[in-house]
Write a protein of this length. Sequence first.
Length: 489
Amino acid sequence: MKHLLFVTMLLTALFVDAQKDKKLTDKTVEKASIAAHLKFLSSDVLEGRDTPSKGQLVAAEYLRTQLERYGVQAFDEYPDYYQPVSMEKVVKPSAGTIRLDSILFSIEEDFLLLNGGDLDLSSSMVFLQDASSDDIKSADVKGKIVVTNAGDGETENARAWFGMMRNKQSAAKEAGALALVELYNSAQLPWSLLVRYFSGERVGLDQGDSEDSFPVIWINNPNQERSELFVSSDSVDVKTSGSEITPFEVYNVVGYVEGTDAELKKEHVVFSAHYDHVGIGQPDSTGDVIYNGARDNAVGTVTVLEAAKNLGKYPTKRSSLFVFFTGEEKGLLGSEWYVDHSPVPLNEIVYCFNSDGGGYNNTSLATVIGLKRTTAEDLLIEAIEAYGLSAGDDENYKEQGLFDRSDNVNFASQGIPAPTFTPGMDAFDDEIFKYYHQPSDEFESLDMDYMYTFYRAYVLAGRMIGNMKETPFWKEGDKYYEAGLELYK
Ligand SMILES: [Zn+2]
């Protein structure tokens, strides 16, 4: 009986807390301010907020002004709320040849430069079947070019070969080799797709070292028909030209609100979203060339603004950290940079409540990618249901791997529980593709009644996590559970 009474009291206390958080949520989240933020961020004037672009800078100015207005503090390191992110634009070589004996290969048609710039190499080769790190270490490769097959001879997934290539690359570099050449033979990922992916321009982080400049070449080797040539030849000439690397700087926008509890304020909850999009591109059937990115990701950006507005006024027990990422569309770059340069140590960040949306097709839902993976699950459901919505996850389209495709994954892989909150999406269907990365993803097409409900659910959920009794964590057995133990030990 006593036990039952205690449980009842506890539940009542929790209920009262949640009621209080809901009241405070309703006090600040307003339809008009949501609409104004969304309209501004997805306006044509910002030209799709590409990385880098003037439009994105204007968006950043807007975000930091709002943080200031909402009473969010700037870090000493970043007094104007701007965290500089060093990036580079890399233009791949436009011309190049590889010569073996009398055979001449040309760039794109026969080979691709995955790493490195302009080359002029003339060297002997060492052929290693699959070139494990040990193989490379024990062979005499100093001053030579290492030639091997792409992959490990077992894994058929060509995408996994990229990671294996990185290992061989560092082993070859370490052993003093001049370059790594891999013979590429995969039915799964055709050569033409690789060419499209690795040619032209690419934007990446500028890590300030030359780790990435060690040359790596993939040679098209359909049905292994060129293997014999590489095994039997002694030397090779490689020439490429026309590459260019231009460094530039863009910004994550960051700030914080201190928690109210003497102990719990040492724990931080991150409210994050990427504010970049893909800029100007191919015209659609109406001739529109501006990819406004209202759903992707003005909607997510405004979740963070609405959280800042609320928490700046009514802080939770835990401290709140607000982060707007640049460069998500170029490969999750801003968030990768953030976790390497966080002004708050990562083991003091207990949760990352990210928001990123490709779109929605079900206005009775709020979708949380990773809903069931953290101990905040019940609380997220409670917050969502408090506004008459149901909580959904990515059950119906798990194969899309969305959890690992947005900024939250850079926090998750460090061990920080990090789901992504997004408008209701119960399938990857035509309603999503109608707007996903299209010029038609504009403010006018958003259902503002739904948006208003969605934002209140997000802010309430964020408040409840900030006040949650237990520190949220991964559920046991999760892919990132061990990383979490390691981070917070
Ligand atoms: Zn996005």
